[in-house]
Design a protein around this ligand. Sequence first.
Ligand code: F3S
Length: 414
Amino acid sequence: MFLTKEEEKIYDGEYGEVLETCMNLLVSLGDIYGAEKLIPISSAQVSGVSYKTIGKKGLEFLKDISNSNIKVSVPTTLNPAGMDLDKYVELGFPKEFAKKQLEIIECFKKMDIEIGCTCTPYLSGNIPIFGSHISWAESSAVSYANSIIGARTNREGGPSALASAILGKTPYYGYHLDENRIPTHIIEVDAEITKLSDYGALGSIVGKIVKNGIPYFKFKKLDIDDVSSYKSYKLKGLGASLAASGGVALYHIENITPEAKIVMKKIEGSNYKEIEEITITDDDIKNEYELLNSAECPDLICIGCPHCSLEEIKEVVDFILKNNLNKNNRFKCDLWICTSIHIKSISDRMGYTDIIENAGGKIVCDTCMVVAPVEDMGYKNIATNSGKAAKYLPNFCNSNVIYGDTIDILKKGM
Ligand code: F3S
């Protein structure tokens, strides 16, 4: 891989061990994937934040970097941590876990990384523009940035995103290149897809079929306003589910996503006929709901995977008001609404947080049901409206899943 003189000096250790390690990591990745050079990035998003996922070794690694006083060189945000950084005592997070988690956060703070731990950085100020090169790690955010915004990122691991954040560069391969953004499958959706959980089920099916490929969706029945408004949150659910189920980092939707026309022009008349075409029906969706469900009664209802937008919180508030839930008539099980501190602050001002808390729910910031140690907090049956969470909860949290749309799972808690 070609390196500039300055990059070579870093590679040779002239600027110290930490920068050398970061450069070595990026060059190794570039060599493996055939990158010709490094390119500058406009932002980074770093994963590997929860103590549950990185453990003692990860914490030691972060301490080594932060103690060297190295800072990130581009705007960088963090993925969810293992607990709400403000309300961890009130929410009952284990004491020793909390101590380690705070040490991790301290390391990132020392590196000048913004401590707004969220998997929806694009709702909280880390917003790339079309065509910009970025280095993001959270799979659902990678999918959103590539597909909905048209920015360009590979699906980075925690260490490579951190190395890129520090050096401000990434190897030029994969989804950074035009030729790797062309669809591998055409997906005809001949099914009624309206609710968030329908999008999750669709993502779950298609992810399994395309496996690391690039689906191009053609919806037969689609309410364009339902997914194209800035308030729409359903496509973030689709992307998260595609990523969880099949490692999909980029998808296109006819007439919706910004590169759909460009890539279709490229394949028409060339290898279009070689692209596999698949049809998804109502029966497939129904079947997927059944596969994702493994329990009936939740001890915890979790909404916000990926982290909730304000509109998703409002949907819960509307449900509470409609069903007269309040201090005297609360949810019968725990309810977590997972979101970022940014969205929560607006929820506070709108009075949504008070309404949810009165009904016995909690707005939980900085974390989620998957990266928090919910299994150590006694939760066994978790209800979710997220295709990604439904996929991950059994393996990461050893829990059973009640999968359904927002209203359906909220009803289970009454
Ligand atoms: Fe975000 Fe946690 Fe889901 S990190 S995408 S809420 S598994």
